[in-house]
Write a protein that binds this ligand. Sequence first.
Ligand SMILES: Nc1ncnc2c1ncn2[C@@H]1O[C@H](COP(=O)(O)OP(=O)(O)OP(=O)(O)O)[C@@H](O)[C@H]1O
Ligand SMILES: CCCCCCCCCCCCC/C=C/[C@@H](O)[C@H](CO)NC(=O)CCCCC
Ligand SMILES: [Ca+2]
Length: 576
Amino acid sequence: METDLRLESSLWVGNKRYLAVLTGWHFKWTETDKKNRDKKTVSVPVAEVVGVEEGRVEILPRKSVEDTDKDFTVFYVKRSSTRNSYGLLWRLGRTQFSCPSRVLRDQWTKQLKTAVKTHSPLRPHRLLVFINPYGGKKKGRQLYHSLVAPLFELADISSHVIVTERANQARDHLLKKDLTGFDGVVCVGGDGMFSEILHGVIGRTQQEAGVCENNPAVTLQPCPLHIGIIPAGSTDCVCYATGGVIDPVTSALHIIVGDSQPLDVCSVHYGSGLVRYSVSLVGYGFYGDVLSESEKHRWMGPVRYDYSGTLVYLSNRSYAGTVHYLPADPLLSSPRDKTRCLSGCGVCARSTERLFPNSSDSGSLYSSYSGQLSTESEGEWVTVEGRFKCVSLTCMSSSCARSPLGLSPSAHLADGTGDLILVWNTHPLSFLKFLHRHTNSQDRFDFPFVEVHRVKAVRFCLAGATEEGEHEEFGSLSAAADGGASGCVDAGGRNGSQPHLEQMRNEEKTVTPFMCCLCCRKAPDVSVWNCDGEILPFTNISCKIHGQLVRLYARGIEDIASIRSCSQETGDCCGT
Ligand SMILES: Nc1ncnc2c1ncn2[C@@H]1O[C@H](COP(=O)(O)OP(=O)(O)OP(=O)(O)O)[C@@H](O)[C@H]1O
Ligand SMILES: CCCCCCCCCCCCC/C=C/[C@@H](O)[C@H](CO)NC(=O)CCCCC
Ligand SMILES: [Ca+2]
């Protein structure tokens, strides 16, 4: 195949002559002088070619085509670093080539298009796009139409766009409507909008596979539809943590080239029911209180979190509880090993082999997934009881602009584990130091009142609450040998009605002390759980991490050093 696709000829860019070569994987052009000596080379991986057009074409600020016989234009990914982010910005590079003849021009465009098809099999052809017009600074619709839609058009992607009119419309659509022909789902919005898509995509997949989501012991079916995120929210934590930048053009280009980043998902259960899924934060205490306070100040927009964070910090609360956790294998990785999960991460790749052992290629999208319960041995549960400032569980680093290394800088996106961070009650100034370290690269776990554990599952109990009943449901992760499909009740999020949870919610309310407001003198005994920015109506919850349950159109955070060393130079840039 390599040899079939090879093409080599002289081409002109402006008034300079280049030797252009298309091998299987790369399209390169090298400037040559009159004595045929090589000067600089531009090399673009074929998988990062966005589009090939006949003539002299521009797409931004608006599309213009000069339909000449001997010219063609190549659009491709061009990288640049950014000052306040860890990842790389992707921009649209563009080079216009002139050929000596029309025949050669047609040969180049045909070969390039074939090479692109061959080397990026996961490129989407048809996408379902949901825009939340009210997310973040309310610019989602404008961002999509001005920056993203022209790129999708250039890449021959057809999209069905739905501007949402209510919360949960996107989730309900994914659960109920015909999704035939779509390769992926794109959300234009923030973490809340992503969460809707996540629930829709996971729920739909389990529904079609006959798997019960309520049972924490069951192995959920990985989702075939990819999810793309065009960031237009307040925190955009999922986008930041999976790419290192918050930038609509970068996200659109990752979607176009069909990048595929697996992501761990945590299911949160109460008793025998699924409550929600989470990818970034399941947090009790400080983060729950900040969220609950910030909901009163939504009108402030993204600064509501800073305002509420200050108020909650000043209220100096801590909460009693018992945390049970199931440690992950300490030989595989550790939350304090000072490594970072970067694009092509070895820890995540080895987890793919462990999670999907019969698959020869992780890119084959779970082709050998059997739907069986995990055979991994369960290990010993550990119990910790005390008073905490906060209890946080995160499946990934949860980095965001506020905290560029996140809650747990060495957490992995796709290793099948989460990091449990326990912050014991401490002096307010010590807690402030801990919080402050989230804004820089100092070790946030290097305090005597902080512990962090890499885990597969967690349970939380209010102090004094009996564990009976609840624990029987979750005591053994491998107990539900029926695959979970039998006797299952409708899971939370499936269609908006959650009758089994509604009843339990009422029961729990009768034993949960009233959550008082900040102006009361007496501090409340009980906090709330923040689950990816949603307040949970339960306190005694169980969580289980599902390795690589979904896939995003992303590739993790690119290591700037290794990209620089690959000596890529690019042509002119027509991105924004
Ligand atoms: N048309 C709509 N009207 C009202 N709410 C909506 C609509 N569409 C979606 N939503 C809901 O709005 C909530 C918040 O949206 P989103 O996540 O996009 O922005 P955000 O809250 O500003 O950002 P972040 O979640 O990153 O902090 C989501 O939970 C989503 O369910
Ligand atoms: C002295 C300076 C103190 C600064 C403290 C900074 C600490 C920042 C930690 C950031 C953790 C982000 C975790 C991500 C949570 C998201 O799933 C969720 C939905 O968007 N956001 C929030 O709940 C919003 C929660 C916002 C919490 C602040
Ligand atoms: Ca993980």
